[in-house]
Design a protein around this ligand. Structure first.
Ligand SMILES: Cc1ncc(COP(=O)(O)O)c(C=O)c1O
Length: 417
């Protein structure tokens, strides 16, 4: 961790009097220095010294309840998942050392793509090394020069970066605002290709999109639709296919993007689609072609996990219970939350500012609870948030313990009166 900017730390000479390329980071360095010099523990530098289960770890030598992971369905320690990973490690080795289009497609990569087709009831699935790369690749490849991307302003960084990597015109609209989206769609020149990009669950506030209506409007205006279901896969919808399934409009989605790093419990990303020409993307999508494929152990764990998630109705029901209980408990305690009703497994607690948010984060850690501290630019409207993400493996008792921890930490940090 930097100790701030000291004259002595400055590079002795930068060629030709050009500025130090790191000077643009000075405001952030200063912000961190100010925060940490007051004795605040670094909220972005926590180490998990041992992970006990999907819901508990040892942090700073203390047993800590995890309420800030994306392990929504608790699959990381599933015995079948672990067994599949170990077997693949033994049978196929530690890595593929190659691209999917050269030597990097093993039986396991085909098996996980088949599992995804079965999970979503779709014809095609393409697996990437991360969800970030799935968005980067699909968006930049599908929407090209002369095309238009119409996207929610609160879209995830990987969606924005996918737009930057491609050559399409990018037209943002106000978060979840159907009218604003429609207006922008109607302004697009006749004959241009259009891709509307939406998310099922928006991960900062944990709110969901009115996908059914938005997709109807997108289709009426001749657009293709991509929905990122990273935070809903496995949990939302009768079969865990996401918000589009829950709202009965999955058949109208052209591309579903998802990740293995949340409910699936490992790492990787994917796109599923019924588009008849989808397979050509394997040859033209640079973030798919120009990178090594996932290790055999990872695709084996993902494949087993996805197949188990197809039959996880009880877990989904329990996770909804957890979400409702925590939402009510925190509301009753006097916290201001990101949504008035629980809409997903993410419950965000709005903090007055970064300093008090960091103090509350630390007070919770001392109680034995880990949550995510989120700040701009990741958050909408410059908010500082304590993001709580629940797991299907949290017991009802743990959720009550968590509420008690919030009440005590809220008083310690001066958030509650
Ligand atoms: C909405 C959304 N899309 C994509 C991603 C990227 O997923 P991955 O962790 O697999 O790169 C994330 C990760 O947080 C996300 O929140």
């Amino acid at each position: 961790m930097s100790e701030g900017i000291d004259e002595a730390d400055r590079p002795a000479e930068v060629t030709g009097g050009a500025p130090d390329l790191f000077s643009k980071f000075d405001p952030l360095i200063q912000l961190r220095t100010n925060l940490l010099s007051a004795g605040q523990e670094d909220p972005f530098g926590l180490v998990m010294e041992k992970v006990i289960s999907p819901t508990e770890a040892i942090c700073n030598g203390r047993q800590t309840i995890l309420l800030g992971t994306y392990n929504y369905m608790g699959m990381t320690f599933d015995p079948d998942v672990i067994e599949a990973g170990k077997k693949a490690l033994d049978d196929f080795g530690a890595g593929t050392t190659g691209s999917r289009v050269l030597n990097g497609t093993y039986a396991g990569h085909k098996a996980v793509e088949e599992a995804l087709c079965d999970f979503y009831g779709m014809k095609h699935a393409m697996v990437f090394s991360t969800g970030y790369q799935a968005n980067l690749g699909i968006i930049s490849t599908v929407a090209g020069k002369g095309d238009y991307i119409i996207l929610d302003i609160d879209s995830h960084a990987s969606i924005w970066d996918g737009c930057k990597l491609g050559d399409a015109e990018v037209v943002p609209f106000k978060h979840n605002d159907i009218e604003a989206m429609e207006k922008r769609l109607k302004r697009i020149p006749e004959g241009a290709g259009k891709l509307v990009i939406l998310e099922g669950v928006y991960s900062m506030l944990g709110d969901i999109a009115p996908l059914k209506e938005m997709i109807r409007v997108a289709k009426e205006n001749g657009a293709m639709v991509l929905v990122d279901e990273a935070h809903s896969m496995g949990f939302i919808g009768p079969n865990g296919r996401g918000v589009a399934e829950e709202q009965g409009c999955l058949d109208d989605v052209d591309f579903v993007i998802g990740t293995f790093s949340k409910s699936v419990g490992t790492v990787g990303g994917f796109c599923v689609s019924n588009h008849p020409k989808f397979e050509i993307l394997r040859l033209v999508c640079r973030p798919y072609v120009f990178t090594a494929s996932l290790p055999p152990s990872v695709v084996a764990t993902a494949c087993t996990s996805i197949r188990k998630l197809m039959h996880a109705g009880n877990k989904r029901a329990h996770l909804w219970e957890n979400s409702k209980t925590l939402h009510k408990g925190l509301t009753d305690a006097g916290f201001q939350l990101g949504t008035s009703e629980p809409q997903s497994a993410i419950i965000s607690v709005i903090m007055p500012d970064l300093e008090r948010g960091a103090a509350m984060w630390e007070a919770l850690l001392h109680e034995g609870l880990y949550v995510n501290l989120a700040r701009p630019p990741a958050t909408p409207a410059n908010m500082t948030l304590l993001r709580c993400s629940l797991c299907a493996e949290h017991t009802a008792e743990q959720v009550q313990t968590i509420i008690g921890m919030f009440q005590r930490a809220g008083k310690t940090a001066g958030i509650l009166g």
